[in-house]
Design a protein around this ligand. Structure first.
Ligand code: PLP
Length: 391
């Protein structure tokens, strides 16, 4: 018996455990001080009423012989896949429901998709970024090349012609930086992927936060993307499903590599290793895409975006270098006075009782930067900003 040795190459993920440890220690030393958490990447508002009602109805159906359901289709119920197609149609993207795969969240599929690609492939990953892309490829022993997100390129790296990748990760709006690619920038990535016959894995988990109508919310709004991209999305941040668990992955029929339709491979993978998402959850997800559902979730998103705006404006006022926070729940700032990410973490905690996330936890280029999140309560955000101003 041999273990997968690649797992031993994974770096210890100490980011959130170290944050928790430092906060615990601070609390022990300052029990009277109220700590404000602007580091969390989890939502705080409850599910919207239409989602709750749809799931309640589904629970009742499951308790009646005539409407009880056992195993569903592995790729998701047609009613939800069609609802996702309807949502894309509103973005001007035409999909067939056989191109949509329902998942229990984007994280699972971002990792699972790698099953269908050879471990020989070279992977291109922007840095800093959501750490799951890096770790899932280390687990498989793939060669990883990084493209640098920097203050100079607004944390939106563009294709590097000296690299010939097979798999390209893009995350827009980005976690952790909140930066969003515009159409011209995504066009250059699509052209690059087509040139190298690479596949783009496009993570649009935060697409619902994009307010600027000129910015793309799906890679398929870019001509040619259906021939080179798979898109991963989630209801986690869109509709507060972090605990409910539902997402979707789009694999267009036009995406063909080695004379093989990727959609067919993914369907084969899913029908073998996955037994679908709960009926109750899928009914809740369907309700998100109804006219009333979209109205209700957009009100929650507007609340988070107002938090983001308040944070970003205050930071800019105070002279910080900032990206994100306009079309994203994340605000990415440069640590002041040459501090590194953890020094600024310690400083903010000690002087203001505010907890954020050190940028260094998202890749080498995150060092010297810091992520604040807008998913908290408005009063906490206002209190945190008052404390920042008085620092
Ligand atoms: N992609 C990005 C960029 C994320 O930040 C997250 C969660 O934080 C996910 C995917 C995973 O989301 P899910 O809850 O759908 O698994």
């Amino acid at each position: 018996m041999k273990i997968n040795q690649n797992y031993l190459d994974l770096k210890e993920s100490y980011l959130f455990s170290l944050v928790a440890k430092k906060v615990r220690e601070y609390k022990e030393q300052h029990p009277e001080r109220e700590i404000i958490r602007l580091g969390i990447g989890d939502v705080t508002l409850p599910l919207v009423p239409v989602v709750v009602e749809a799931m309640q109805r589904a629970v009742l159906e499951m308790g009646v012989r005539e409407t009880f359901r056992g195993y569903g289709e592995e790729q998701g119920y047609a009613f939800l896949r069609q609802a996702v197609c309807g949502y894309y149609a509103q973005k001007g993207v035409q999909l067939s429901d056989s191109e949509v795969f329902i998942s229990d969240g984007a994280k699972s599929d971002l990792g699972n998709i790698l099953d269908i690609f050879s471990t020989d492939n070279t992977v291109l990953i922007p840095d800093p970024v959501y750490p799951v892309y890096v770790d899932t490829n280390i687990m498989a022993g793939r060669k990883i090349i990084y493209v640098n997100g920097t203050a100079e390129n607004g944390f939106l790296p563009l294709p590097d012609e000296t690299i010939k990748p097979d798999i390209i990760y893009l995350c827009s709006p980005n976690n952790p930086t909140g930066a969003v690619y515009n159409s011209a920038q995504l066009e250059s990535w699509v052209a690059y992927a087509l040139e190298h016959e690479a596949v783009i894995l496009f993570d649009s988990a935060y697409e619902a936060f994009v307010q600027d109508q000129s910015l793309p919310t799906s890679i398929y709004q870019i001509p040619g993307a259906k021939e080179c991209a798979i898109e991963f999305c989630s209801l986690s941040k869109t509709a507060g499903f972090t605990g409910v668990r539902c997402g979707y992955t789009v694999v267009p029929h036009e995406l063909v590599r080695n004379q093989t339709a990727i959609n067919k491979l993914w369907l084969r993978r899913q029908t073998t290793k996955f037994n679908g998402v709960s009926y109750i959850v899928q009914r809740g997800a369907e309700a998100v895409f109804s006219a009333e559902g979209l109205k209700q979730i957009r009100a929650n998103i507007a609340y988070y975006l107002e938090n983001a705006r308040l944070i970003a404006e205050t930071l800019k006022d105070l002279g910080f270098w900032v990206v994100g926070g306009e079309n994203s729940p994340y605000i990415w700032l440069k640590c002041p006075d040459g501090m590194n990410s953890w020094q600024f973490f310690d400083y903010l905690l000690a002087k203001a009782g505010i907890v954020g996330t050190p940028g260094a936890g998202f890749g080498a280029n995150g060092e010297g930067f810091f992520r604040l999140s807008a998913f908290g309560d408005r009063n906490d955000v206002l209190e945190a900003l008052a404390r920042l101003r008085s620092l």
